[in-house]
Design a protein around this ligand. Sequence first.
Ligand code: HEM
Length: 417
Amino acid sequence: MNFVDRDVVRELGERFDPLSADYLLDPYPFLSRAREIAPAFYCDAIRHWVITRHADIKGIFRNPPSFSAQNANSPLRPACPMASKALEEGGWKAIPTLANVDPPEHTRVRKLANTAFAPKRVAEMEPFIRSLVDRFCEERFRGGRVDLIRELAWDLPVLVLFKILGVPDSDVESIKTGSWNRIIFIYGRPDDDEQVRAAQGMAAFWRYAEALVAARLKKPENDFTSALAHAVDPDGVGLTPQQTTTVILNLLFAGHETTTGLLGNAFRRLLADRQAWQEIVDDPALIPNAVEEILRLDSSVIAWRRHAMADVNVGGVDIPAHSNLLLMLASGNRDPDVFDDPDRLDIRRPNARENLSFGVGAHLCLGAPLARMQATIAIEVLSRRLRNLRLVENEPLRFAPNVSFRGPLALHVAWDA
Ligand code: HEM
């Protein structure tokens, strides 16, 4: 890298703030420029190295000895003393268990989680998801105009997850509130007061998961929580109640917020491209690849974290040991070295599935098949029932203020009766 390049890269890192209003609204112009300028740069605002290119991100995911997942769930802004106190007093006891542990412990826990989240359990959800989307269409899509997030994407994934975990439907509001607190606390930049409030909410979220696990340990039912709480490895060793609660707590967040975002992004992009929407209406067989293309073009998880265990080199850039890395999945997903004309929606794109949105390697998203199934069914049902569905024009979009999770908080759509 020559002298001028170094200055440009330094300026990039000094100016970039992944929580700025402009970036939250549309991160793609910045990511495109950053990817062109540097494969890696240090961002002062969040004290992370930002990684921009597909091959490097994939290589990092595939190299757990050099790049630990230990920081995956750590607050971006470390907890202030009052927030730590609120967590402790609220009974928060989450410990590194699945997403933020490395092999060999990760391998053991993941096998137990895989057993409990068996493909059969996911496949059995298909008719339930279909009936739920049909029911929402009949009961909620009235009057020719709705907010698609509120009436479909907000609670479809959480109700599906509840069915899997064995949680009553009546708890939607409290779980959605718990998830919002978690987004702000871990992936946002709250001030002290906000952080304390979010910490109190997170502690309540923990107590909820703890009570659920305790109930299933006492009296198992036919659900994932019971299966995980009672699963044992070939040596007869299972998870402790604290570990099981941590996994359930994480699922009560990751298992729906991500899919709500995916549904919002999918309908936003497909409805904005009338030709793509019409093609799907005419030929629903295109939908699975269209879902992959949405995951690539506009993922609901735009960044994920790793920690450098030693001095490392990423794309020619030296990064010191113990640095935190922000892997820009959304940037890798539009890397022109992998995807032709990467900013264009192409529902027939042959390599759309090379997207990085579910991660790669050992930690590959546990819920990817479930998320894909929900998006496919939702698009199938709506494109069949509301063929002339369209976006309401000039409605401003808003996104949650955080570095990782992205989907419109509201999406107004209309149709002719
Ligand atoms: C569009 C929807 C989703 C996206 C984009 C997404 C994305 C991700 C990403 C990027 C990771 C980290 C991978 C890594 O560290 O290498 C991950 C991990 C994980 N996801 Fe998802 N996810 C989605 C839906 C779900 C759903 C529906 C569930 C569960 C029902 C789920 C459960 C998990 C779990 C448990 C992990 C940790 C796996 C491990 O560490 O072994 N996710 N996901």
